[in-house]
Design a protein around this ligand. Sequence first.
Ligand SMILES: Cc1cc2nc3c(=O)[nH]c(=O)nc-3n(C[C@H](O)[C@H](O)[C@H](O)COP(=O)(O)O)c2cc1C
Length: 200
Amino acid sequence: MPETNHAATDLVPLAQLFTEARTYSAWQPKPVSDDLLHRLYEMVKLGPTSANCCPMRLVFVKSADAKERLKPCLAPGNVEKAMSAPVTVIVAMDMEFYEKVGMLFPPVDTRPWYAGKPEAIEAAATLNTSLQAAYLFVAARALGLDCGPMGGFDKAKVDAEFLKGTTWRSLLLCNLGYGDRAKLHPRLPRLSYDEVCRTV
Ligand SMILES: Cc1cc2nc3c(=O)[nH]c(=O)nc-3n(C[C@H](O)[C@H](O)[C@H](O)COP(=O)(O)O)c2cc1C
């Protein structure tokens, strides 16, 4: 059995994952290889989801042609950020994710939890795809990439342009690449431990 209990600092500095990691809007002109995107997914897929339902689906928008198709779907403030990023990933949720749970969760047949139950599908897809998106941000940082998540886009337009004829629905976008640190604004405040945490 391989050792799986490394401290995070054995592998990737915590600064790279958290303290120095930032949301980027400006990008260095440095490409992201398809091989790196494969390695990214191989890490992301291991993050936990409820009953291992794994509803997240990804579309890596990378070619100039695909970027042009994305452009009219974006809020004006996000256009330059996405157009200058080497990759913009559409983080989508498969609204028929339950068709794969037989393979994903052999111990129990969880399909009846969801099939024909739109509210249960929506809740599980949204919660677990959001979690998987967060794993994507952290995994990208672990691989040396930077992220720029974007909620400012027209979901109906993205779905019509990139997800037509599928059971996938867009949830958010995230630019991926190597950020330009010189263009960062100062870090915004965060809530303190005492404001947020209780120990009971
Ligand atoms: C779900 C989500 C949606 C976001 N949407 C946008 C967006 O549409 N445009 C944008 O410029 N930044 C967007 N952001 C970036 C946040 O404003 C940024 O991550 C936050 O201010 C923290 O910045 P920091 O990581 O540099 O500390 C989004 C972030 C998340 C997680």
